[in-house]
Design a protein. Structure first.
Length: 296
């Protein structure tokens, strides 16, 4: 592991591991599970090695190993036990813990090792839906609690995006087999592309022709797509834009000025999509990616 100076408070450990600070203190005092450093004012500080050990201990404890037994194991024995159990069961929670450590240590090699292990056991679809999406959801929680920085989020998000692009390229090597055309875009001021990129992967995997327009696309630019095809299925992902109070106005406007021109449709997902008050004739809102996948 890279020797990166990273310290965490006990509250950070609680956020990152899911174990209450009170329990961490008991494990520390009664079983010497962790040995923190202390400030001049006696505040506990934990390093990345402490976090990784706590994640491993938590994993074993959640799978039925008593904390008293874990306490008698060396760190290497704990790691070996985790690997044996996770390898036997293809456990996604262990993979998530490994990705957390890779993110916090800015360790691309560890990310690649973890990715290769996961992809050897499950499909890329399963990986994205069951590992990457929960990871990104955790990141949102960690950021809100100040346990990680935007740099951590950018680091892991860019690595996930690289894997998405590689898999999209792979499935797009053959010509589209289905007649429907999907144009994927993000509204102006929206730059969070991971969800939209994954939808591009799914649509390409299903054999549809996709037109990926990317982030922050002005609405009037969509008319060039409408004028090129008899009917277009637009797909968009609202994470931060349009803002909550503007969502319905945006949908009403795009339906009137774009979709109605040739009865094209718009499929909308993302956090802010939930603020749509009415869907309109040509607009469909989905709350989850898998719901959209099952409908296409």
């Amino acid at each position: 592991m890279n020797n990166i100076s990273t310290t965490f408070s006990i509250k950070d450990l609680e956020n990152l591991s899911g174990i209450k600070a009170h329990t961490i203190r008991i494990w520390e005092k009664r079983y010497d599970i962790l040995v923190p450093e202390r400030t001049d004012t006696n505040i506990r500080l934990y390093n990345l090695k402490n976090l990784q050990k706590l994640l491993n201990v938590t994993y074993l404890n959640n799978h039925g190993v008593k904390i008293s037994k874990i306490a008698k194991m060396s760190e290497e024995e704990i790691k070996t036990a985790v690997k044996e159990h996770a390898g036997k069961n293809g456990d996604k929670y262990h993979f998530l813990d490994e990705l957390k450590v890779a993110m916090l240590s800015y360790d691309q090699y560890k990310f690649e090792q973890t990715y290769n292990k996961i992809i050897s056991e499950i499909s890329f679809r399963e990986m994205f839906l069951e590992v990457f999406i929960p990871m990104l959801e955790y990141i949102g929680i960690y950021w809100q609690s100040d346990s990680i920085t935007p740099a951590h989020e950018h680091f892991i998000s860019n690595l996930i995006m690289q894997k998405l692009l590689i898999n999209i390229e792979r499935v797009q090597q053959s010509q589209a087999q289905k007649d429907k055309v999907f144009a994927l875009f993000l509204p102006e001021n929206e730059i969070h592309e991971l969800g939209l990129l994954y939808l591009n992967y799914e649509l390409s995997l299903e054999g549809y022709q996709t037109i990926y327009l990317g982030s922050s696309v002005p609405m009037d630019n969509l008319l060039t797509v409408v004028n090129t095809f008899e009917e277009v299925n637009f797909v968009s992902y609202f994470t931060v834009s349009p803002v909550k109070d503007d969502v319905q106005n945006y949908l009403d406007t795009i339906e009137k000025e774009v979709l109605s021109k040739n009865k094209s449709k718009l499929f909308v997902l993302g956090r802010n999509a939930q603020y749509a008050e009415r869907k309109g004739k040509y607009v469909k809102v989905f709350s989850r990616i898998d719901e959209f996948i099952n409908k296409i």
